[in-house]
Design a protein around this ligand. Structure first.
Ligand SMILES: [Mg+2]
Length: 267
């Protein structure tokens, strides 16, 4: 394994973390191997910066970049920054832009409540999360989850109106997520791959591991994609990706190990 030319991107829930226990223990062997080979392990999650920061510390990967909020924001440690750059890049829109556009749409008659309109207590009620966790999920930087008050037809009209602000919507559980139209987990991977080449002068190859529909752009952008089995709902891959993507037998962190064995096992 040549650590200087390899990046590993991973989804969290159902991938590196067990769906039920949130444990990553079965992946400990590969985490150590990657660390020893100095391969950056890059979280690529729908969670916020506040939600992933404790896990980053626990995994000992604070010196690697991190992709949060479904690809809309990229956190850059000092070694990955260009001069004068901050520690976060947003792809297309930050939360101030999104909330400004949402205020205009509300004035046009659309009815919804965003995380920015309510308290962390209300987010805890909506999500069923304990308050401490709801507080972390509430701290948005580049995507806004909405509680939608109208029907599907009005949601289509709302999505069309957002397009004029270069924004779009995606469904995620009970929320409608508003984010930049040109942001997803795959574009964020490609952004970091390009940054790696700029900084190191080397091209790199990427492993990507995920289990959900929102991981497909990330798997598509990687040379070594791994779809981790998710018994609840195995996602349908586009035909081209299906032929080259490794599908694991096992779920969660055990499947995560299996995917790295497949692509890097003999390296
Ligand atoms: Mg997942």
């Amino acid at each position: 394994m040549n650590g200087s030319s390899l990046l590993v991107f991973t989804d969290l829930d159902g991938s590196l973390l067990d769906h039920h226990s949130y444990s990553w223990a079965p992946a400990a062997h590969w985490l150590e191997k990657l660390r020893r080979a100095q391969v950056p392990l890059i979280i690529n999650s729908s969670k916020t910066r506040a939600e992933v920061s404790a896990l980053s510390l626990e995994l000992g990967i604070c010196d690697a970049p991190c992709i949060v909020e479904n690809g809309a924001a990229i956190l850059l440690p000092p070694r990955w920054q260009q001069p004068g750059e901050g520690d976060m890049i947003t792809l297309g829109a930050d939360i101030a832009h999104i909330r400004h556009a949402l205020a205009q749409l509300r004035d046009q008659g659309f009815s919804f409540e965003g995380f920015g309109d309510v308290s962390p207590q209300r987010v805890a009620e909506w999500t069923g999360l304990p308050l401490a966790q709801a507080q972390l999920a509430w701290q948005r930087e580049a995507t806004e989850p909405l509680f939608w008050h109208e029907d599907e037809q009005r949601l289509d009209a709302f999505t069309q109106a957002l397009a004029q602000h270069q924004l779009t919507t995606t469904r995620g559980g009970r929320f409608v997520h508003v984010m930049a139209a040109q942001a997803d987990k795959g574009r964020a991977l490609l952004w970091l791959k390009k940054r790696f080449a700029q900084l190191s002068g080397n091209e790199c190859r990427c492993v990507a591991l995920g289990d959900g529909a929102n991981d497909i752009p990330m798997l598509n952008a990687a040379e070594m994609p791994v779809l981790i089995r998710n018994d609840a709902s195995l996602v349908q891959l586009p035909a081209e990706l299906e032929t080259r993507c490794y599908l694991t037998q096992q779920a969660g962190p055990s499947g995560w190990n299996e995917g790295l064995d497949h692509w890097l096992g003999s390296a």
